[in-house]
Design a protein around this ligand. Structure first.
Ligand SMILES: O=C(O)CCC(=O)C(=O)O
Length: 260
């Protein structure tokens, strides 16, 4: 799928923008599944569906609806061309042992003023593990600056995980953002791409998406994966993870089988 230049650019810059990743027919097929999952709030009671950027109030419309593990609720996603392509790209960028680890979906409602703030994906993960990972972000319509395309800080994947906090400093919010004033994002680049394109970023690449100012949803389906995990060589702590007390986590705990 990728050229030698693409592979070199990914390792140098920490991200790639591809104009063409899946076909128009596959976009259509994925979008039908995607819209159905959000319409029924798939995974809500298991804590897999929630508001990434709000207090996740049952009674209020979500700022930034997210579904973790959508393929758990639509297993046909596991047999999609999209997933097969993701597996190819993982092997090309991270080596033959790299595999798909999971999927999620973030759906920015129309005329929604909420950004997905600057963060590194690794800030969400286990600090005791050393990752060699990436995420493939696939918009199911054109992604533009106006509807919430990806922005990246080139080279930021080479740094450490910087301090994060729950978005807005609100412990009820699942989403994380870089602590204000900690990073310089003045060199960031926006990556508008057509429907069927994809952006790919490493686990530590700083990224952001703009608010959706259009009349349509901004749908993104995201597949993550990596090389086999190793134990981190240096002890690390991510205190921002324990700083959250979310309704999502309460639902997930309540849904867990007793003794499990
Ligand atoms: O789609 C978005 O708004 C954010 C996506 C993101 O942060 C990610 O894929 O890691």
């Amino acid at each position: 799928m990728l050229t030698t230049d693409d592979v070199a650019r990914f390792h140098d810059q920490g991200f790639l923008a591809l104009e063409s990743f899946i076909s128009a027919e596959e976009v259509e097929r994925m979008r039908t599944i995607y819209d159905r999952l959000f319409a029924v709030r798939a995974g809500r009671s298991a804590g897999d569906q929630f508001d990434l950027a709000g207090a996740d109030d049952e009674a209020r419309e979500a700022n930034l609806p997210q579904i973790l593990n959508p393929s758990r609720y639509a297993p046909e996603l596991l047999r999609s061309t999209t997933l097969a392509r993701a597996q190819e790209v993982l092997a090309e960028l991270l080596g033959p042992d790299a595999t798909v680890g999971g999927d999620h979906a973030i759906n920015k409602p129309p005329r929604n003023g909420v950004e997905t703030p600057w963060h590194q994906d690794e800030a969400y993960w286990n600090p005791a593990v050393s990752y060699h990972s990436l995420s493939i972000w696939i918009p199911l319509q054109e992604a533009t600056v106006e509807n919430g395309c990806m922005h990246f800080v080139p080279g930021s994947h080479r740094g450490e995980v910087v301090p994060h906090r729950p978005i807005g400093g609100d412990p009820r919010v699942h989403g994380l953002e870089v602590e204000p004033g900690v990073v310089d994002v003045s060199a960031a680049v926006a990556c508008p791409i057509p429907a069927g394109g994809a952006t790919i970023h490493a686990g530590r690449t700083l990224h952001y998406t703009s608010p959706n100012r259009t009349a349509d949803h901004r749908r993104a389906y995201i597949i993550s994966g990596g090389a086999p995990e190793e134990k981190a060589t240096e002890p690390r702590e991510f205190p921002w993870q324990a700083a959250r007390h979310t309704a999502r986590a309460e639902r997930a705990n309540a849904a867990r089988p007793a003794g499990g």
